[in-house]
Ligand binder design. Structure first.
Ligand SMILES: NC(=O)c1ccc[n+]([C@@H]2O[C@H](COP(=O)([O-])OP(=O)(O)OC[C@H]3O[C@@H](n4cnc5c(N)ncnc54)[C@H](O)[C@@H]3O)[C@@H](O)[C@H]2O)c1
Length: 425
């Protein structure tokens, strides 16, 4: 086996490639950032359709290319990134990055990482760098301290240029000092700031805890929007003028598989999870708020048909895990209300299979809706001219805008309410 120095050198000179397991948001960004620094990768994914698209240079991770300023196609054509779903193609790789999912249905799940480790260990790799989120107790459960592993969970927030793979401080810990050194050298190729943690458990808890605390803050703000008959968003803007405070935004549901899951990763590994009262309360309240919002809207508006715009948890990103749109649709359907759904990042067929609802042609079909709920601030909704909304909205229909996408039009739109401004209605 070559030394660490030789290995890094072989990567830098193109003699060796890194292996990336999982071609999602995280794995694809790893391949792109390393390719940008002249390091080749073989990207392995179990999804053959995704790999076929990747081979043509079609990146289905929305916005990743624009945020990173890099082109998958360019690197695939140059041979810097080789997508594959044939496991044989990674058999000789010595350094792996693991970027497979660690949740299913909004709950942490160890199975993906476990399976990948069972496949990789027989290949006798020099290093397996785990980028996926981990619950700290998984370190023991997976026996990571006895494997050639480094835990370096990703904390990126791609839409913010200060939080990319390059710019955000990366916390890591490997199984031995030699592997720490190799991991450091390897990550330094793309990341400016690295910080060694004292154990793998600590390394994995960093991401879980930063998300869990953020989740509590966001749910607190969400609760305020439900309670006060005041412009809570304005209050939050004023609060943000304090240098030690963030600019918080109230959301009907804090979604995605990062922030709301943080507390669940922490809870799953705590000796006495019943003592994590604040984290638990936040998880419960975040489930309850969309239910309360829908109940109130149905009581007030008594809609027969509701149009829901957006099923993703974040603007202009194709991820609908734990999203406000899905939560609202689920509650409306439970009450037997007809729901039409639009999301520009999904096809009509996908909307049908994910939500069981009919497609809403945007903006025309708003004409048949008694209530329109805009759950997310996709650019397309934001950029709709006010006359297009006015022309296509049913007379007397109520508009509830979760994040204030059309707030600037409120003088023109009758019955317009924003969740964090005047939701007392
Ligand atoms: N998306 C983010 O912003 C973000 C940020 C930080 C951390 N993370 C974490 O990184 C991990 C991956 O997240 P993601 O957003 O890239 O997920 P993703 O769902 O977009 O992609 C995961 C990919 O792994 C593939 N996969 C599943 N099992 C596999 C296997 N056995 N072998 C090969 N491929 C397999 C899937 O087909 C999918 O393409 C998760 O643990 C997540 O919590 C994500």
């Amino acid at each position: 086996m070559p030394s660490s120095f030789e290995l890094i050198n072989d990567l830098r000179t193109g003699k060796e490639s890194i292996g990336v397991i999982g071609a999602g948001f995280i794995g694809t960004s790893t391949a792109l950032y390393y390719a940008h620094e002249g390091v080749k990768s073989v990207v392995y994914d179990v999804d053959p359709a995704k790999i076929d698209r990747y081979k043509k240079g079609e990146c289905d991770v929305i916005n990743l290319e624009s945020w990173s300023g890099m082109s998958l196609k360019e690197f695939v054509v140059k041979g810097m990134i080789t997508p594959t779903n044939n496991f044989e193609d990674i058999k000789n790789v010595k350094i792996f990055f693991v970027a497979v999912p660690t949740e299913r249905g909004g709950e942490p799940l160890i199975d993906y990482v476990k399976k990948v480790l069972e496949q990789l260990i027989p290949l006798n790799p020099k290093l397996i760098l785990i980028e996926s989120t981990l619950a700290p107790n998984w370190v023991k459960e997976l026996g990571l301290n006895n494997l050639p592993v480094c835990v370096a969970t990703r904390r990126d927030w791609f839409s913010n240029p200060n939080c990319t793979l390059k710019t955000l401080t990366r916390i890591y810990c490997a199984a031995t000092p030699e592997l720490d050194k190799l991991s450091n050298d390897l990550m330094s190729i793309v990341t400016i700031n690295l910080r060694k943690a004292s154990s793998m458990e600590v390394s994995s808890l960093v991401k879980a805890i930063e998300n869990a605390i953020w989740h509590v803050e966001l749910v607190a703000v969400q609760e305020l929007a439900m309670i006060y008959d005041l412009d809570v968003d304005e209050i939050l803007q004023h609060v943000a003028t304090h240098p030690q405070r963030m600019r918080w935004y109230a959301n009907i549901k804090v979604g995605g598989y990062c922030v709301p899951l943080g507390a669940k990763y922490v809870r799953d590994s705590a000796d006495h999870p019943e003592n994590l009262r604040l984290f638990t309360a936040a998880i419960e309240q975040n489930e309850r708020t969309p239910v309360e919002v829908v109940k109130k809207l149905v009581e007030k508006v008594k809609p027969k048909v509701v149009g829901v715009l957006g099923i993703t948890y974040k603007n202009d990103l194709r991820v609908h895990t734990l999203s406000p749109g899905i939560a609202v649709i689920t509650e409306l359907k439970k009450l037997g209300i007809t729901v039409l759904v639009n999301d520009i990042f999904y096809s009509e067929k996908e909307i049908d299979s994910i939500t069981g609802c009919k497609w809403l042609n945007y903006p025309e079909d708003m004409k048949v809706c008694d209530l329109v709920i805009v759950t997310i601030d996709h650019k397309k909704y934001y950029e709709t001219p006010v006359w297009d909304i006015m022309r296509n909205i049913k007379k007397d229909a109520v508009i509830v805008d979760n994040l204030g996408v059309w707030n600037r039009y409120k003088g023109f739109l009758k019955n317009y309410y924003q969740f964090s401004r005047n939701f007392k209605m």
